[in-house]
Design a binder for this molecule. Structure first.
Ligand code: UT7
Length: 334
């Protein structure tokens, strides 16, 4: 039997209806549309309605990805949800989605790597598929960041939004499609080519939530040393992108689309500049979605697939960095 590879069979996303603009935010906290746009590129964010939870967003994104893949829920044998904002301490969001999809087989669990969560979830799913332990996996990034924001802290509350995105990965035998330009033989097949994960727990204090079930009764609020996170993001993201390209014998010229975690437009521009990647090959959604943490990559992916930018056979690079600190990248031949 040929080795297995994970192919992306479909993707989908969901955004809550309510849009909060910078101008509206400026009536609640000492900030301005001009400051937010200039320093971050954010113009608006979506906010979950009262009573609308992360599992609701995740479920909608899952439904849309399954429809795109042309698969029934019953075809799925694993659900991985990347989230930092679960509805409850337990059960996991993944098992809640499994229940809403009326599934009693296979398995479902959450992974937590803050803003890098989707890349971590993708890596977990890809490895289960490659080892033959799963055949069709829903990988979902879903967040209600609005619930862990200190709405009095202008340095953080303007940055984040709510949303969910999902992909369906399916196991396929690795065929030499001879696609693409350059790279190793592996780089010319369709599917997830490689994933690369990193973390440095010594840097946990740079970005964290100051509460949780084992420390207090309160959920806590997101705290960030923004300038230091920014500085490290450009360095670590550039390094992990080079690592991913080198592992596949590829260069920046081979990449068709970069679908990055959307934390700050200046981080996207700085990383692209450092890697000599033209900015028109970077998918940017931060203006509309703000930073939706683990949801930002699958949300951006879905936008670029729906508007026709991402085409079959193209090489897609995903990268993210977040609290932990965690960071990672994934290369996919669409
Ligand atoms: O997704 C996980 C990873 N997260 C990130 O990658 C975020 C990384 N960090 C950043 O994106 C940026 O550091 C921020 C957007 C958070 C901040 O931008 P900055 O250019 O680094 O600003 P700063 O923190 O150096 O603050 C500059 C000034 C300060 O005033 P003074 O001390 O110069 O008088 C802040 O108090 O801007 C002030 N400021 C604001 N002013 C208006 C901070 N937040 C605001 C605000 N509105 N919302």
């Amino acid at each position: 039997m040929k080795p297995l590879i994970s192919k992306i069979a479909g993707c989908g996303s969901y955004l809550p209806e309510r849009v909060l603009t910078n101008d509206e935010l400026a009536t609640k906290v000492d900030t301005s549309d001009a400051w937010i746009v200039e320093r971050t590129g954010i113009r608006q964010r979506h906010i979950a309605a009262e009573g609308e939870f992360t599992s609701d967003l995740a479920f909608e994104a899952a439904r849309s990805a399954l429809a795109d893949a042309g698969l029934a829920a019953a075809d799925v044998d694993m659900i991985v949800v990347a989230t930092t904002t679960p509805d409850y301490t337990f059960p996991s969001v993944a098992t809640q989605v499994q229940g809403r999809l009326a599934l009693g087989h296979g398995t479902a669990f959450d992974v937590q790597a803050a803003c890098s969560g989707f890349i971590f979830g993708l890596a977990v799913a890809d490895n289960f598929i490659k080892s033959g332990q799963a055949g069709a996996v829903l990988v979902i990034g879903a967040e209600t960041m609005s619930r862990i924001l200190d709405w009095k802290d202008r340095a953080t509350c303007v940055l984040f939004g709510d949303g969910a995105g999902a992909v369906v990965l399916v196991a396929a035998e690795k065929e030499q499609d001879d696609l693409g330009r350059g790279g190793t033989a592996n780089a010319r097949v369709r599917g997830v080519l490689s994933t690369h994960l990193h973390s440095d727990g010594r840097l946990a204090d740079l970005l964290y939530v100051d509460g949780g079930p084992s420390t207090s009764q309160a959920t806590g609020y997101l705290r960030m040393q923004g300038r230091e996170v920014f500085r490290r993001a450009v360095v670590n993201l550039s390094d992990v992108v080079v690592e991913a390209m080198t592992a596949n014998g590829l260069t920046a010229d081979d990449i068709d689309w970069v679908v990055p975690h959307q934390a700050n437009k200046r981080i996207l521009d700085g990383t692209a500049r450092k890697l000599k990647l033209p900015s028109d090959r970077v998918v940017v959604t931060i203006d509309r979605h703000a930073n939706t943490s683990a949801a930002s990559i699958p949300l951006a992916l879905d936008v670029a697939v729906r508007d026709g930018r991402i085409q079959d056979g193209q090489l897609i690079l995903m990268e993210a960095m977040g609290g932990g600190m965690t960071w990672g990248a994934g290369l996919v031949r669409w």
